[in-house]
Ligand binder design. Structure first.
Ligand code: ADP
Ligand code: MG
Length: 700
């Protein structure tokens, strides 16, 4: 079967009866192009007897859904004009009240139609619901059906979709009609033996049941089957990637671990932690094998990943190869460059830095050294992956703060070498059971201890009324020799108003409250050499307080800095705050992190701040973050080149995930190119949906 072959699922929506260009455009704007997209446009929830409350059974202040018929409606004038709609369900009457958009409501509702309304009911002379959410169920039929025990799907919609006739009911009719017509033409995507072995519903039935379930048992079976599909195809993609890595042109054997590595470790001002030693051994074993290494190094902020990267790079160098280290910001690349250079100078290993904004002449010279192999270790930003950067013999690629890079960028760096070994590093911990989803094609090493001399950072959050006190504390700390960061939010480096606020605060502080301290300012709009000058002045303690935007969020390492103040902490994400806090507590002195919050806080913002104040444990913080943001955002599945999950949630559906993984890996093992007769449908679906991603199959 070729990818060109079309099925009914590929027919575009504008070909459907009753859908003209305008309505088709509304669907397309919502990402629905084909009949297949409609079949995969799943209900957001379901109505049935068990989820609907009869009006006679309403209770004060409870979130409920009522299904009834519109008996009466009209405007009521008074101190505040309102629109009132009365619905009845045979057991009683409910008044739905709106105080705004009165004309609109009057236009859209009709006496005699059925509605499902959701909200909190209150009793004043009868039951009333203010500004309820509602779904229209039509003049006859559907509303009644709920009372006879049928399950009614409710679809997500929007104002634009609603205007084109695609409110929940519009979708229900359209999809239901299409399913009746075409369900038996939907090709199966999962191999039959697998369906049989696990008792999964056939795809056509599952789609039918998720849109129009016979009962809850069928609905659940449909959900399980469709979740399995999502996970199965995701894992197939992971399995294919992994296979390509393993069977690809063999990896490099790095046999030597010689003098230099030993010297380096001896010359370090500290002893490696047990965890650092362990992960170094794991990495060395990978490098010695002929299989290309593809390893994730995970360790909380401050756990000492850089030195592990350094040892790894030195092994590559000792075996005659170059190593590249890519970092997400210029500041971090610069810092790595300076650290590595000072540590490697004595060993005679040349280190080069490649970032944007370097002068033509400097750049040309560096590129030459990279190309002819004089530069052994090359540190840089995205500048490393530009087309005209040629390496002499790139054997190892290290990516720091890998979550900041897209899958393409990591691929591009890898392609600069000949099947080089790859080490990616991150501070974001991933529950072990889940790491296989996103990093299913990577081996994972964890640094699970901090260096022994560390004291837990003391963290608190305060509201703006305490700002003056906080700054007094900060000034006192600085007068006693500490260094500090004051961070202002800058959501996008291009947001001028935020930048202006940061710069103005800096000026005010410098001339006012902190007139006796040495202040510096750094932000992303400065030229690289300006940034470098500020950072190195901070390192030398010539700057005591560094006022900054989030450009210092990741990686920056100045152990003498022990106070971190974050302004407008309510605007930062949890992981981001943890990273920022990680800029202090990097030495043996007691460190402090003070988060200043402004205005009325949302419950979520409060949770973020409380979590940070209560724990320093990156693992716990990640778990809370996962709950708050959901798996898609948290893992950045798209960023990893993995399909979006609509139904499945890897943190809940773990058993199904494990099954999908086992089955997908087994299939790829037995039939790597999906040639078998039984997997034609699987191959077809895979190629159709993941063809572009297939090109990325080689990437970790
Ligand atoms: P991260 O894992 O956040 O990248 P770094 O590699 O920047 O952490 O290390 C944080 C700080 O801890 C650095 O100043 C580094 O020199 C220091 N460090 C690393 N390993 C050890 C160790 N075993 N003992 C003491 N200090 C260490
Ligand atoms: Mg780091």
């Amino acid at each position: 079967m070729t990818t060109a072959e079309k099925t009914v699922l590929d027919a575009t929506v504008d070909r459907l009866q009753g859908i003209g260009p305008k309505r088709a455009a509304a669907l397309e704007n919502a990402g629905i192009y084909t009949i297949g997209d409609l079949f995969y446009y799943f209900p957001r929830r379901y109505l049935d007897r068990s989820t609907v409350t009869p009006i006679a059974k309403l209770k004060e202040d409870q979130e409920v859904t009522v299904v009834g018929k519109v008996i009466n409606m009209g405007m009521k004038r008074g101190r505040r004009n309102r629109f009132i709609l009365v619905i009845g369900d045979g057991s009683g009457f409910l008044h739905c009240v709106w105080f705004s958009r009165l004309v609109y409501w009057q236009k859209i509702f009709q006496v005699g139609e059925w509605l499902a309304v959701s909200g909190k009911a209150a009793s004043f002379n009868g039951w009333q619901m203010t500004h309820p959410e509602f779904d229209r169920l039509g003049k006859s039929g559907e509303g009644d059906l709920v009372h006879t025990g049928k399950i009614i799907p409710l679809y997500p919609s929007s104002e634009a979709l609603g205007k084109a006739g695609f409110d929940s009911r519009g979708f229900r009719r359209l999809i239901n009609g299409l399913l009746k017509k075409y369900a038996d033409k939907i090709p199966e995507t999962v191999p039959q033996p697998l369906l049989t072995a696990h008792g999964f519903l056939p795809l056509a039935q599952a789609l039918r049941q998720i849109h129009y379930p016979d009962d809850f048992a069928h609905l659940q079976a449909a959900q399980v089957r469709l979740k399995f599909d999502e996970l199965y195809f995701m894992e197939l993609l992971v399995a294919v990637r992994r296979r390509h890595q393993q069977e690809g042109k063999g990896g490099i054997r790095f046999e030597q671990v010689g003098e230099n590595t030993r010297k380096l470790v001896e010359q370090l001002p500290f002893a490696l932690t047990e965890a650092q030693k362990r992960v170094t051994r794991q990495i060395r074993a990978d490098m010695k094998s002929g299989r290309p290494m593809n390893r994730l190094l995970q360790g909380d902020v401050g756990s000492g990943k850089t030195v592990v990267a350094l040892i790894t790079m030195l092994i590559a160098v000792e075996n005659g190869y170059q190593a590249a280290l890519m970092a997400p910001t210029e500041i971090l690349a610069e810092q790595h460059y300076l650290t590595l250079r000072s540590q490697l100078e004595a060993l005679g290993v040349e280190v080069a830095l490649l970032i944007g904004g370097q002068s033509r002449a400097v750049r040309a010279e560096i590129l030459e050294k990279v190309a002819d192999g004089r530069a052994r270790i090359i540190v840089g930003t995205h500048a490393l992956i530009q087309e005209h950067v040629d390496f002499h013999q790139l054997g190892l690629v290290v990516i720091d703060e890998q979550h900041r890079f897209g899958v393409m960028q990591r691929a591009q760096l890898r392609e600069k070498g000949l099947n080089p070994d790859v080490l990616v590093m991150t501070a974001t911990p991933i529950p072990r059971t889940l790491s296989m989803t996103v990093y299913g094609d990577l081996d994972v090493s964890v640094i699970d201890e901090l260096p022994a001399d560390r004291k837990p950072i003391k963290t608190s959050w305060r509201d703006e009324t305490r700002r003056h006190k906080i700054y007094q504390f900060l000034r006192k700390q600085v007068q006693e020799g500490a260094q500090a960061y004051i961070v202002f939010p800058l959501v996008e480096e291009s947001e001028k108003s935020d930048l202006k606020a940061a710069v103005e605060s800096y000026e005010r502080m410098r001339q006012g409250f902190f007139a006796n301290c040495r202040l510096g300012l750094i932000h992303g709009r400065m030229r690289p050499d300006e940034k470098e000058a500020v950072m190195s002045a901070f390192k030398r303690n010539e700057i005591q307080i560094l006022v900054s935007t989030t450009v210092i969020e990741v990686g920056v390492d100045v152990p003498n800095a022990t106070v971190m103040v974050v302004e407008h902490a309510e605007r930062f994400g949890l992981t981001q705050l943890h990273q920022l806090r990680g800029r202090v507590g990097r030495g043996s002195k007691q460190s402090y992190c003070i988060l200043i919050a402004y205005g009325q806080l949302t419950a979520e913002a409060r949770t973020r701040l409380d979590t940070l104040a209560h724990t320093n444990d990156g693992f716990k913080i990640a778990e809370v973050d996962l709950k708050l943001r959901g798996p898609g955002e948290f893992f950045g599945t798209r960023q990893h080149g993995l399909p979006e999950l609509k139904l499945a949630d890897p943190s809940v559906d773990m058993k199904l995930l494990q099954l999908a993984r086992d089955e997908a890996f087994r299939l790829i093992e037995e039939d790597p190119n999906l040639r078998g007769q039984q997997v034609l449908g699987t191959r077809y679906y895979f190629m159709k949906n993941f063809k572009e991603r297939f090109g990325l199959a080689w990437v970790g």
